[in-house]
Design a binder for this molecule. Structure first.
Ligand code: TXA
Ligand code: MG
Length: 395
């Protein structure tokens, strides 16, 4: 007989994420949804103030279809400058529940509210934005910066979005398609990254389709995301203010442009986001950003002999600033090597990291070896993601 807790767990998983039925000719699967991909040409969008003008007829129709889907309290995947997001009306619990179901996301993880104007922030915040954010907003909005705001008692934001927090995260994306979608729908959007929970965040529409086909009705393809890692999350409601998640705005930029209160800010768990000093034990990590293949981070000056015990069949080699694929030849004579360069600048490494993970999986690699970078500038966000994806750091 099954235990009570097993039954509770399986009921729970059915509720949050019904199993996908195989597609067969004689019956329409009960839970599987038809997923449509529409293209919006980002260059066709212009803003007059916050009013959206779209010069391409097909893009305009796609934008209206997506806005209508959101107004009907359904979900839409859309491009932002950081990664693709999975958006829904943050004021509707029904709509937000569809995000958690589609991603299979742990239900205690709060969502960021995306806005297209300061006026829209004030509709959900009800009070002016705390002045500690004035200089950061002036410099980085629209852009890859999420600020924590106090959650007012009479907020229209669904409690499913904020998950028992006294705060909510808020950002104004820079990508013209994201801003146009928020403006056209008239809705502030709750939006996590549009990957299935635990998978690398999607930086192209095809990545969203890999994870979300059959689970959501609509994906907007607006081309590759520029930054490639998620927004920086900052908390100015505590003293001293701090960076909760390094991302598209570097901590050096926050210190330089945030005003005097941000001049010495640190990243929470700063030791944990730099490269660990010793190899970590397998399994000692929270599963996140993870491709199917095992991921190993290596210091640029690693002694290659330390890698020879790994015995892979097919290895993806993701090198960047100091190493190249030639550094790995001969280590595993039995294995096929796939060269997937990350680029020669940290900006390129951010842009390419998640997408290279997915390429390695599609190519059937069982091991991904990634060159670590130093944690200055974009390096802090890169190493934060790499540390979470990697089971081991070898130096
Ligand atoms: O760039 C981004 O931020 C992307 C795009 C789509 O905008 N979104 C994104 O969302 O990365 P998500 O849900 O994948 O990550 C949001 C992070 C989570 O780690 C969540 O725990 C944290 O922000 N977060 C959200 N609200 C919070 C709050 N009130 N307090 C502390 N952390 C919060
Ligand atoms: Mg995410």
């Amino acid at each position: 007989m099954r235990s009570r807790s097993h039954r509770a767990r399986s009921l729970c998983s059915q509720f949050f994420f019904p199993p996908i039925q195989p597609r067969i000719a004689t019956s329409i699967p009960l839970f599987r949804r038809m997923t449509t991909v529409v293209r919006i040409d980002r260059a066709s969008i212009a803003f007059e103030g916050t009013r959206v003008a779209c010069s391409d007829e097909a893009s305009r129709r796609a934008l209206q279809q997506a806005a209508q889907t959101l107004r009907a309290n359904d979900v839409v995947a859309f491009p932002t400058e950081t990664v693709y997001g999975l958006g829904a009306n943050c004021q509707s619990t029904d709509a937000v529940a569809k995000i958690y179901a589609a991603k299979n996301r742990p239900s205690d993880n709060p969502l960021i509210v995306h806005v297209s104007s300061r006026r829209q922030v004030e509709t959900v915040l009800k009070t002016p934005i705390p002045p500690i954010y004035d200089e950061l907003i002036a410099k980085f909005w629209p852009g890859p910066l999420t600020i924590l705001l106090p959650l007012p008692e009479n907020t229209p934001i669904s409690p499913l979005c904020t998950k028992n927090q006294h705060t909510f995260g808020c950002r104004m994306p820079k990508h013209p398609v994201a801003r146009a979608l928020i403006e056209e729908s008239g809705l502030p959007l709750a939006a996590p990254s549009a990957n299935a929970s635990t998978k690398p965040s999607p930086t192209e529409a095809k990545h969203v389709l890999e994870d979300m086909d059959g689970r959501i009705p609509l994906i907007i393809d607006g081309g590759p995301a520029d930054v490639g890692v998620e927004s920086t999350v900052v908390d100015g409601l505590v003293s001293p203010p701090r960076v909760l998640r390094p991302g598209g705005v570097s901590i050096e930029e926050i210190r330089a442009h945030g005003g005097s209160q941000w001049a010495d800010t640190v990243a929470e768990g700063a030791r944990g986001v730099s490269a660990p000093s010793a190899p970590r034990a397998p399994g000692m990590k929270y599963k996140h950003y993870s491709p199917k293949a095992r991921v190993i981070a290596v210091a640029p000056r690693v002694s290659m002999a330390k890698l020879s015990g790994l015995q892979p069949a097919k290895v993806a080699v993701l090198t960047s600033l100091q190493l190249g694929p030639e550094n790995f030849t001969g280590i595993w004579p039995q294995a096929a090597l796939l060269d997937l360069p990350l680029g020669r600048t940290k900006q390129e490494v951010s842009h390419n990291l998640f997408s290279r993970f997915r390429e390695a999986d599609l190519a059937g690699c069982d091991l991904i070896v990634v060159e670590a970078v130093d944690t200055a500038d974009e390096g802090l966000a890169i190493m934060n993601r790499l540390n979470k994806a990697a089971e081991m750091y070898i130096e």
